[in-house]
Design a binder for this molecule. Sequence first.
Ligand SMILES: [Fe+2]
Length: 408
Amino acid sequence: MVELIFITVRILLLSDIHTGFQSGFPDIWIKNESTENKPDDNSLEDDLLLKLKEIRSIDYLIITGDLTSSGYFNEFKMVKELIDKISKTINIDKNKIFVTPGNHDLNRHIIDLCKIDQDNPDIYRDLNFRLFPEKDQTDGKTKYGIIPHSYVYNDDKVQIIQLNSISCITKEGQDRGEIGNKQYSWLKEILTDDLSNQYRIIIFHHHHLRNDPRPIIPDLSVMIDGPRLHNLIKEKGADLVIHGHKHIPFMITIHENDMVHPYTRICSGSLSVHSKYRNMGNAPNYFHIINIEGRCDKTKAIKGFVNSYSRRYKGQWDIPTWSSDEYIHPIQFFGPLFSKEETIKEIEQFILSQKHLNIILLPKYQKIPDSFKCWNVIKLNSFIKEIAKEKDMVMIGEYPTDVYLKKK
Ligand SMILES: [Fe+2]
């Protein structure tokens, strides 16, 4: 049996930059005659680069699409300059930068004028993404996919599979995205490769499954063939699936009963879009550092955590607060998967070991066991409340601050 060596990987993730009229930042905003949007923030570049300078040891930069607002050349030029500065700041080679196209990177005026056939791949080479040429394959690590801007990259740490979800340019499919049959078959073949110590990461722009788990709210922007993609990933296995499109971040580890391999799904949210396009101003802008630290013994799912940084209205890039109006916590753990029963059992055991005390202090959030960490902090607090009620105790405080249990 091959001995697995757990390698640490750090990824800077950002998405949905939207240079042009949809940006909220004046330095990447371009006036559009048909809209009234005005930037509602200060300059993006200075504060962002300042914050990124503090963040060390990044292995890969992933940007999941919607670089521009309208796919215009001057918008691409602007975003290219920004990405160049970011990559210089975090000191990363260009073959470790992955940029997927988004639906806003299509220039609709040109598509309408040319009546381009969706099977004609030149649309992606010539009209869009023109400042992001096809990756260089001479590094021996990168191989072209079946359609432009789809790649597979392999090194000793990761396999990164970049998909192009804007291959569907029909009126219906423009904003919803599609992987398509050709790309699906290509992906299926890659996923049959056995990886040894590499982490497998799949990236694309559109969300393949709905973000909001509440079924009462219809999600009309989910990828046309997203469920088929999910079924393939859950059958063949991947560690991390990363996308953009939704301007609200989201993270979940998916582990359905029939899955061979659980995977963690991360939606980045937007880096720099105007507040009007961020859930009507309720969501901040975000970027994230993904830290992969190894695999869980039990499920072989990757484990690690995501550090998020957010920014609201002329504030600073900073770690979000633990408040309920944030869409992602400052640190979100992924990987260790435990059932509610297992977690409750562990909390109860801790209480039992301290039962001689009138007031029990639960372990500090930074030091809690993996079985606690795998839960969203709100859910974890609700379990503790449940146990306290059952044991006739009062819960004082909530995670991530100190939690005490006091006998009534
Ligand atoms: Fe977007």
